[in-house]
Design a protein around this ligand. Sequence first.
Ligand code: URA
Length: 222
Amino acid sequence: MGVMQIPGHTAQKPREVTLEEIRAVLGDCRRCELAQTRTKIVFGVGNPKARVLFVGEAPGRNEDLQGEPFVGRAGENLNGILGLAGLRREDVYIANVLKCRPPGNRNPKADEVLACSPFLREQIRSIWPDVIVTMGNPATHFVLKTEIGITKLRGRFHQMGHFVVMPTFHPAAALRNPAWQELLEADFHMLGEYLVRHPVESGAPVVAPAVEHSEALPRVEE
Ligand code: URA
């Protein structure tokens, strides 16, 4: 399986790899120790041609049992605010940096991210969304290749190669912090406005227009 390098790749979708093919390569994955404790691999769910890809951290307890991302309380929060962006769950694609649950929902380890993230990269390449919404620090750090914290990065769009990236708070973290929930909802409103301002024109490549309104703000270097 070829591995996508997000920074610096061309604006042209490079080749067709289906999500089914990526799932088949993942197989009954034993690439890291999480294989020993997981119940189900949580590959991802949604529209394979989604305009917007949401990326979380890792499956929690409910996701591990059901094999689907964001089906617990964080998922309820996400489902509830998608409408603020004019989106329905079936319109978008939802995935995680890790495909297996870390025991006790601990933070992902570096070697787990290293082992698992090629599959997220391939999912990004296959779906080729206009916008990637990274929810929380692990997803944001992986996609934007930065260690800057989410509170500094959220609230605006970033350019990463072809993709427009919108970092925001994780819906689970926002449930514990009303101020973050408010900001998470503000970000989803901003996403909705962005999608309306940049409609898909048939046949036209959608090339990273976020620079229009992020130029005044520091850009994350690729
Ligand atoms: N939190 C995540 O980051 N992903 C899920 O799928 C569920 C909770």
